[in-house]
Design a protein around this ligand. Sequence first.
Ligand code: G3P
Ligand code: CA
Length: 249
Amino acid sequence: MGITDLLDQRRPLVIAHRGASGEAPENTMAAFRLAVEQGTDVVELDVHMTSDGYPVVIHDDLLSRTTSGAGLVRQASLAEIRRLDAGAWFGGRFAGERVPTLEEVVAWAKGRVALAIEIKNIPFRYRGIEASVTGVLERCNALGEHEVFSFDHVCARRFKAREPGLLTGVCYRGDVIDHVALAKEANATVLHPMLLDMRPEAIKEAHAAGLLVFPWAADDPEDIRALVALGIDGITTSYPARARAIIGG
Ligand code: G3P
Ligand code: CA
């Protein structure tokens, strides 16, 4: 089921931030599987590109924080990255987890869960990332199921121009003067403000303009409850079981 179909359930979606990253190593298959077991609607993940042009699922541009490697993702080949351990840093029982390829995750997600795919075009812009990522979605017959979004709003706009049927979004920190204009300039449908940065009236304006609001990253039950009360459409959290218990469904 795609994200748009899920919204018909008329309750906020639970969006697992880098998977169930509070309880498993972020952006690994272990974190994604756990999120699904905990009843998440959507799995959020981050994408960088290898030196040989493969989209891989990792948050930082550097390998050192979440893998046994060092250096930049963009300077390592897929084969080099696949040899790294992406789980041991979080806990010994996760040793052996790998950095997934985007293709591996999109294929796994088929019939299982929707994805919110964040293009980490920062601090480096990856030339050709739009073609690589849409190529993956095409091969997995999944273009209509997932969202692609970015802090790089020009990149989000390029995705929409390339695939008009793709659900796209823009991510940002802090309050902005005109949230609706921000999305419209990028031809995007989803706003990803940080936590409670968006004013209640701005949420209403976004909805009136047909936009969806998926704030990040709410892990505290109080924050989750506050966002639900504000009428947002999806909550990005590292603890999907917690959000599921509060939201129900
Ligand atoms: O959902 C948006 C959020 O994931 C952006 O922040 O740094 O966790 O990727 P970050
Ligand atoms: Ca992210």
